[in-house]
Ligand binder design. Structure first.
Ligand code: FMN
Length: 499
């Protein structure tokens, strides 16, 4: 009987490799997969049975002998039951993550058996312009943070006249509390390659780059392995799936700068230069990598495209609310009882994510604040838990959905310290190209320090608000432009921590 053990680095960090080895020695046919995203259950071992996969977790190395003696290898030992039936899984709509935790990410046959090529096949049978239209009709918006409509971006690149165009996948994933890109790269890299190939076909590009942060060595290895296998299969190369369309993908590894996730810095870095922000215009869609028209999309945006092409844009667009269509892969982290990945249609409330899926705090203390959208996202109090996960609803509340990271804090958090951290982070990570970000963040730390020390508090709060306004309006990119979001939200919702 097949036994599945994640090779995902989150699972490995809590002993999955040892568990896999011990199960192998006990006679199991071990298949290494990605993680289902129920991180509190890792290492989660799954056993194939006639009824489906039965789960056991978390399994520590010292648990293996006992579980095997109790019947784990044929799924009869007492465990969690069928993994697909667990409430956490049943309540989700896994489209982008459909195969993550299910397939062996290094095995192209497994990918194909699980329907992984359907989207690419469908796209190659269409006119490239129709592929762009399908992505537009799906309502897909960039999952990297800004939520820009993917179809509009692709149309701009498709209509640009150039013999050379590129598709660049942004896998820098620098936002604190986000890990869905990594889990997709490690757990289902062929889906990303298919998404990039579809993008290339749609816009007329023949080369793609995946820009991965250096902190993700396992993801880098997984994508490289998948590229080699895809080339051998003819899924990449001179004639993708025999269509005559040529496309290849390369991996480039970053060097640890948060700003290199900003798309123009990423392009500079890809060109071998120091990652600093380029002024826009020109936009990357017209003058991107090496000055050529370039699609820059996040991992999750590109990895959502195959399912859109396979099932049709209407099926995707049928999910969600308002202008936030389809599903988002939310990531629960911080002080949360059940951390992990929740892929669900837009419109779920923040409270459902934190309480129903997350189970409240890990510490057991009351939730006080939640930061949504990475280090540049707003802090929200529990009074805002009925806010739907929707780009527009969040913007109207002075917050942002961003890359879908949700970081939970209990009532021991000092929000003036978190506001200070936002400015400190910006000062540390600013590329230095523009003054509001480079100098403003340093002045922001100093001002918050004075407020925290009780020096001229009211005057310094006014000064801080002035500084936030200047950074928002005057920064070259969203690094300095969004840093005021966590600062202002902390003051607005948790003003008592500044007094
Ligand atoms: N987008 C990402 O996909 N990954 C990142 O790590 C990332 N980091 C960013 C960091 C900063 C400071 C800023 C301002 C933006 C960042 N972005 C990141 C957003 C990108 O600039 C860009 O909007 C995105 O890659 C476009 O792809 P999408 O439309 O598919 O979201």
């Amino acid at each position: 009987m097949k036994v599945f053990v994640p090779k995902d680095s989150a699972a490995v960090s809590v002993g999955a490799d040892e568990v896999a080895e011990l199960l192998g020695r006990a006679g199991a046919q071990v298949v290494r997969t990605g993680s289902r995203g129920m991180l509190w259950l890792e290492p989660l071992v799954e056993v194939e049975t006639a009824a489906g996969r039965v789960g056991y977790g978390p399994v520590a190395p010292e648990d293996v002998d006992g579980l095997v003696a109790a019947g784990l290898l044929d799924g009869t030992a007492d465990g969690l039951g069928l993994v697909e039936e667990l409430p956490w899984m049943r309540a989700q709509q896994r489209l982008t993550f459909a195969r993550v935790g299910v397939v062996d990410p290094a095995d192209p046959d497994d990918h194909e058996r699980h329907g992984g090529l359907e989207g690419l096949r469908a796209a190659l049978a269409m006119d490239p312009a129709d592929v762009v239209t399908a992505v537009t009709d799906s309502g897909l918006r960039g999952r990297g943070g800004a939520g820009f409509p993917t179809g509009v971006k692709w149309k701009t690149v498709a209509q640009a006249s150039s013999a050379v165009k590129f598709v660049c996948c942004n896998a820098d994933e620098g936002d604190s509390g986000t890990f869905a890109d990594r889990m997709l790269l490690e757990g289902d890299p062929f889906t990303l390659l298919c998404g990039m190939t579809i993008a290339g076909y749609a816009v007329g590009a023949s080369e793609g780059y995946v820009y991965v942060r250096s902190e993700y060595p396992d993801a880098v290895a997984a994508v490289r392995t998948a590229i080699v296998a895809a080339r051998e299969r003819g899924w990449l190369g001179d004639s993708v799936l025999g269509s005559g369309f040529a496309f290849d993908v390369h991996v480039r590894v970053g060097a640890g700068a948060y700003i290199c996730g900003e798309e123009t810095s990423m392009l500079e870095s890809l060109e071998g230069k120091r990652g600093t922000v380029r002024p826009k215009p020109p936009i990357p869609a017209l003058e991107g990598l090496f000055g050529r028209p370039t699609v820059v999309n996040n991992v999750l945006s590109l990895a959502s495209v195959p399912t859109i092409l396979a099932d049709g844009p209407q099926a995707y667009a049928a999910l969600g609310v308002g202008r936030s269509r389809g599903t988002q892969v939310f990531q629960l982290g911080g002080n949360v009882a059940r951390g992990g990945v929740v892929e669900t249609a837009f419109g779920i409330s923040l409270g459902e994510l934190v309480e129903t899926f997350g189970g409240g705090t890990l510490s057991g203390r009351p939730v006080r604040a939640v930061q949504v959208g990475g280090p540049l996202g707003a802090y929200l109090p529990v009074e805002q838990f009925d806010l739907p996960m929707d780009y527009e609803a969040f913007a109207a509340s002075g917050a942002m959905v961003g890359h879908g990271g949700v970081v939970v804090f209990d009532d021991t958090v000092d929000m003036s310290a978190m506001a200070r951290f936002a400015m400190e982070f910006c000062a540390e990570e600013s590329c230095g190209r523009c003054t509001p970000c480079r100098i403003g963040a340093v002045r922001g730390v100093e001002t918050i320090d004075r407020i925290r020390a009780g020096e001229d508090r009211e005057a310094n709060l006014v000064l801080l608000e002035d500084l936030c306004e200047l950074m928002t309006d005057g920064s070259l990119c969203a690094m300095g432009g969004l840093t005021p979001l966590p600062v202002r939200s902390a003051i607005r919702h948790f003003g008592e921590d500044f007094r």
